[in-house]
Design a protein around this ligand. Sequence first.
Ligand code: 1GP
Length: 238
Amino acid sequence: MNLYSLFIGKKKKLALLIDPDKTSLTNAVTLSKEAMEQQFHFVFIGGSIISESIDNYIKTIKSSCSLPIILFPGSYFQLSKFADGLLLLSLISGRNPEYLIGQHVIAAPLIKKYGLATIPTGYILINGGSVSSTEYMSNTKAIPALKTDIIKATALAGEMLGLKLIYLEAGSGAKNPVSEQIISEIRKTVSIPIIVGGGISDPKQLKLMFNTGADIAVIGTAIEKDKKMIKQFAKVLI
Ligand code: 1GP
């Protein structure tokens, strides 16, 4: 499978994000199965802190869900050979070398050994109304949401460096998701696919995000709170 081919194209795509430390395995199986039935495109697995090996977790999800399982790691200790691929995140909004290259160096030999497909992803953290786990754990600053010029220049630099996706992140459970204005500006700035995540809780808002230029949306918290939202979000794809 060419992993990147799943992320490109005109069709809008939805990813269910599961944090193994916040979601029991039983729930993860139910949610991922429902996401598959509702024609989501991916299951992302990751979190700020994961206190157990995720091998068994992923294997069990895969036994009842045929969607690609993509690692979305909070750190490069969160690897599993049972995943279908990995977003190799470079936190380009920050200035902490550990999340720009340090963790990658540590993880690279293991990623190669596992034969994991990777997509180099420019991860841009935008202030979502409060200090997010990502901001705190990565020891970086989120870009202020009104500084569109900085967000645009950051995304452009990421594309020029050869990154293949831009992930606009407001932080898990963000009060303010990434605005349509930012999405539309970034859409005009780069030609690579744009992923948006953090605080998406309303299908209407999701539709606007897609209409203004997001290609892929990632939803975790809203579905953790109420699994019926899977169906509501999926309706936006129709
Ligand atoms: C967080 O973008 C993801 O990294 C998803 O955020 O949990 O707020 O949906 P939510």
